[in-house]
Write a protein that binds this ligand. Structure first.
Ligand code: 5AD
Ligand code: SF4
Length: 464
């Protein structure tokens, strides 16, 4: 690819050196756009790439929809509530407010609902799913030429979305997609339908981007994919995911490499060995289990059993480094019984995850679970979710207590003015709030000694 440009968020102090001048770089007469993102990190990074593409076309990014000529919503449809939010937001642009603007819907709701969006919200002018972002320049050209409605809904793609210009929202951590789409077919999940088949980027393109990020001042990168560890290098180098991790960590100037999300089925001992022997690979693994019951896992089509999942946890626990492990759980999958839910709780007790994202099952269009009979009342599902969250909170409190007195390296990414504290993350992705007399630590690596622990964060004092 030709020269890459990364445009950092201009307002943050620790601007990577040598980068171009941020949002103000576009001429004042350029068309303005506003982009609002819902959902996961993949979406957040897609928005960065879409923003970069628009900036390269001479558009100017603005912070509010009021001052924008083009308003884009990058949407999420993983659960019903998320998808509903988009239509509520679109309704804000019904009537005169939306008439003078080009309103566009991108991402998963765009792909899922397609042209039906024009029926529900006729003031929308552009509908484009993430598998069609490569066609955005043509869609924009059509809009600029005055076409009233444009669509990009092709799912049948082998291509990945790469841009020469990316507008980076986070000045300390750069996101990087290494694999798009998903070839699994979990019965509850809409992603294979909204993001299309799995396709990996060539390793040399990934490594080029990492080197470029280092030149622009980034020291931490996060590799992204719905099933990031299913990575298969399509180029002659033929790297698997563990090899890609080692190669990214070996780029001079890279201090931290994160990755998310891993699928248990493609999680190998080689990945654990890579983390154990490569300090720049972060000791945090997000490994969604979804349920502790074999029957439910089978119904979910997760392709592994409880015992197979636990074996992977054993590999992680047997390593030298004490990696943190986080997971996703769905409660109230159709037909989940009380004893089956109890198996999920016993799995939490057994693994003692460092963090859990728990969701109540939400039926989605184009999924096989949608048609399963579901005798579990909504109220029971809510009770199960609350019970699980409370149990996990207790686990996290006692787990975090074990860090009292330990020292961690923290990359500082925020400041709590009212508490007079800095905030940052350890390599294991724990949040640490700490006191320091220093004037500005943003973007710096500090040693912090832990003096307090809550369920979701640690407290400490700078010690180096
Ligand atoms: N209902 C509830 N949660 C879901 N997830 C995916 N699909 C659904 C659904 N239909 C959760 C899974 C996944 C996370 C990103 O969202 O736990 O790992
Ligand atoms: Fe959805 Fe399953 Fe693919 Fe994850 S692995 S994106 S849950 S289909």
């Amino acid at each position: 690819m030709a020269a890459r440009i990364d445009i950092p968020l201009a307002s943050l102090t620790a601007k990577p050196a040598g980068a171009p001048a941020g949002r103000d770089a576009s001429p004042a007469h350029a068309r303005s756009f506003y982009i609002e993102t819902f959902g996961c990190q993949m979406n957040a990074h897609d928005s960065e790439k879409v923003a970069g593409l628009l900036l390269a076309r001479g558009y100017r990014q603005v912070e509010s929809p009021e001052s924008a000529e083009m308003v884009l919503f990058n949407t999420c449809s993983i659960r019903e509530k998320a998808a509903q939010k988009v239509f509520t937001r679109l309704n804000d642009f019904r009537g005169p407010r939306g008439q003078s603007k080009i309103v566009g819907v991108l991402g998963c709701v765009a792909q899922q609902e397609g042209e039906r969006i024009f029926e529900r919200a006729p003031w929308v002018r552009m509908v484009c799913g993430s598998a069609s972002y490569r066609n955005l320049p043509e869609l924009l050209a059509e809009i600029e030429a005055g076409d009233t409605r444009v669509t990009g809904l092709n799912l049948d793609t082998a291509e990945t979305f790469e841009t020469e210009v990316t507008r980076r929202d986070n000045p300390f951590r750069a996101y990087l997609t290494v694999i798009e789409g998903c070839d699994y077919a979990c019965s509850y999940c809409v992603v294979p339908h909204t993001r299309g088949p799995q396709r990996s980027r060539a390793s040399d393109a990934v490594l080029d981007e990492v080197r470029h990020l280092v030149q622009n001042g980034f020291t931490e990168v996060q590799l992204l994919g719905q099933t990031v560890n299913s990575y298969r290098d399509p180029s002659a180098a033929g790297m698997n995911f563990a090899q890609l991790l080692r190669a990214v960590a070996a780029v001079v100037g890279i201090r931290r490499v994160r990755f998310t999300t891993s699928h248990p089925n493609d999680f190998t001992p080689e990945i654990v060995h890579a983390i154990d022997s490569t300090p720049a690979l972060c000791d945090h693994i997000h490994l969604p289990v979804q349920s502790g019951s074999n029957r439910v896992l089978k119904q979910m089509r997760r392709t592994y059993s409880r015992a197979e999942y636990l074996e992977k946890i054993e590999w992680i626990r047997a390593a030298q480094r004490r990696s943190s492990v986080t997971t996703d759980i769905i409660v109230g999958f159709p037909g989940e019984t009380d004893p089956e839910f109890a198996e999920t709780i016993s799995l939490l007790d057994e693994v003692k995850f460092d963090g859990v994202f728990a969701f109540k099952y939400s039926p989605r269009p184009n999924t096989t679970a949608k048609d399963m009979t579901d005798p579990v009342p909504e109220e029971v599902k809510s009770q199960r979710l609350a019970f699980l969250q409370q149990r996990q909170r207790e686990i996290q409190i006692s787990r975090n207590q074990t860090f009292l007195g330990s020292e961690f390296e923290v990359l500082v990414d925020g400041r709590h003015e009212s508490r007079g504290q800095w905030s940052g993350r350890t390599t294991s992705n724990r949040i640490v709030n700490f006191a320091s007399p220093a004037e500005n630590l943003l973007g710096q690596y500090c040693q912090v000694k832990i003096t307090g622990a809550g369920p979701n964060s640690l407290v400490g004092e700078q010690c180096g």
